[in-house]
Design a protein around this ligand. Sequence first.
Ligand code: G3P
Ligand code: MG
Length: 347
Amino acid sequence: TPRSPQTPAEIPTVDTFAFAFDIDGVLIRGGAPIPEAIEAMKVLNGENEYGLKIPYIFLTNGGGKTEAERCIDLSRQLDIEVAPAQFICGHTPMREMVEKHETVLVIGGEGEKCREVAEGYGFKDVVTPGDLIKDNPHTTPFRRLTEDEFTCSKKRDFSKTKIDAVFVFADSRDWASDIQIMLDLAMSKGGYMGTLSETFDEGPPIYFSHNDIVWSAAHDNVRIGMGALRKMVEMLFKDVTKGKELETIAFGKPQIGTFEFATRLLQQWRKDEHRINAPPETVYFVGDTPESDVQGTNRFNEKAKNDWYSILVETGVYQAGTEPAHKPRITVSNVLEAVKHGMKREF
Ligand code: G3P
Ligand code: MG
């Protein structure tokens, strides 16, 4: 059986508990590691007073690259080896939708990255906003495709193409154009660009890979995120249709489905990597966003067979000294303290 460098054979592994980590605001901010994160990973990998390894997975709402690429980034940032088999991002569970929708519009991220991700998941026919603009430049009056975008975009006649679903995989790089296109489809006759429904209730479903209004990046203060875009789309739909409601669907944390997905991934990871077959008694979830991380963990804990224990840190969205919208089991200053807290409870 192959072993990754993070689990040398000679170090025994704890089988009764595990950790799950949020990324932005807990381990990383704006591409750079939060200082305590590197030490926290070392502790989990056996550099602790008990000489034991502790299994862990990552569960981020972020996205925009393949899981494999994200793991390469994270490995470099945290100075460990992170495997895709221990990693879930906002759009990972969307791969379970490939049989449901034939032609899908994928929004967000850099260049062609999200098209690659969607095709990698097995979506059969993936369209991007660039394809739509190439076919009809009047779609977005103030956006002209760059030469690169024009080359990558695929020409086709969209009057004959039914778009079955819209997936927002990562943050939009051009809100005005992407909102325009989402509204066009939401108001269309059954997903045909350029048409206008009389009832405004026959557009394709719109899925967002998460619903974080704000997130923690390099700036001192939180930055608006995909949940803000979702709000704009729903709000504007109501305006432009004179009162119709648009219901979009969010994946990611705090959705229960995401935590169920994480449970399956953790079980598989513990089995393949650590040869542990029984589920852990406790999973410590370390996050910085009360609405996503704490709410999701607490809600999932009510139905999960094991104990999902929410830990809130003060290095990201949540600000020390304020009242969190969802109460964690404990608040600690940073991820290293979170790891120490879990270990102290266990030993
Ligand atoms: O866009 C990513 C952000 O909203 C949250 O990422 O790692 O904090 O779940 P994370
Ligand atoms: Mg976070």
